[in-house]
Design a protein around this ligand. Sequence first.
Ligand SMILES: [Zn+2]
Length: 347
Amino acid sequence: MNSDGQGWRQSKHVYVGDTRVVTKRNYEGETNPGYEQVSQYWYHGDHLGSAQAVTDCNGVMYERLEYTPYGEVWIEERGNGEEGLPFRFTGKEMDEETGLYYYGARYLDPKMSRWLSADPAMGDYVPGPGMSPDKLSGLGGVYNVINLHTYHYAANNPVKYTDPTGREVEILGTPEYIAEVNRLLEEAELASPDFKSKMKELRDNKEIKVTIRAPETQAEKNGGSSTLYSDVEAFANNRPSGSEIVFDPSKTVYDTNTNFALPPVTGIAHEIGHAYFNMKGGFNGKANVWDMSTNPPTFIYNKDSESNAINFENEVRLALGLPYRSNYGGFPVNIMPESIIRLRMKN
Ligand SMILES: [Zn+2]
């Protein structure tokens, strides 16, 4: 019973997938069906799922919230005497008394920007007898220093992960990896205004999510950089939700014609070209794929996608005075007319 003489508070939640969309409030023993009808609250979250606005059954603003990077509530606005909803930062429940967020396995203290307990995945970071460090989770397990910071949240990069500007290109990995990829993207953007404007299109597109990460498995480490479609089911329906770029900035790639060692900026420009092609719906079921039914597997390449990626790469090569690329592993590609014009102007 609360002080108003009502029974225990009850909440019902309506989900779409993993996202909590509506909370309906009621009290134990409340028999009027209309009560729940008027006591429903709709969440309007950012892409991380943090509630930013809550509207009532009439669509009127009920609560407005803003957060610091680690989830401490910074701005909290609602009507006098109204009770806030507990589901806030990244959609997790904030405990009223302690101000901590409950994440299932652990509590996050948004004021300290730390978990209250150590990473429960710690066991996966420690190698078993004879086990290779390559097999450990978290990109190297205990050998990767960041994994030993077992109280950190979001790899100490809450701004990257909360993505406050809504940028839809996300780099995942150690702080060093993120910094290096950001540096290369900036280098490419500075070199080529055309690359910069296409990069902006990718970042502004809310439907397509691009992630960039380091190679993880041995096969990925042995191979070159690649761009995968991040959603196999959607790929089958011709509607990918995004691209996943696997990129190793420390790997040296040689130009096939001149044997010139290429700087990593050309590699990331190429992979971004694939992600852009994907965003434009150009892939049309013709992505680069490995045909696993043959032994060894055969690579089936998509000429349109590679041509587009090579044009992105060439924009940056041109700007940096590097040799121009005209083929893909010996196969000719379609060079965009505007690139040829720029090439002529340059020569
Ligand atoms: Zn490619």
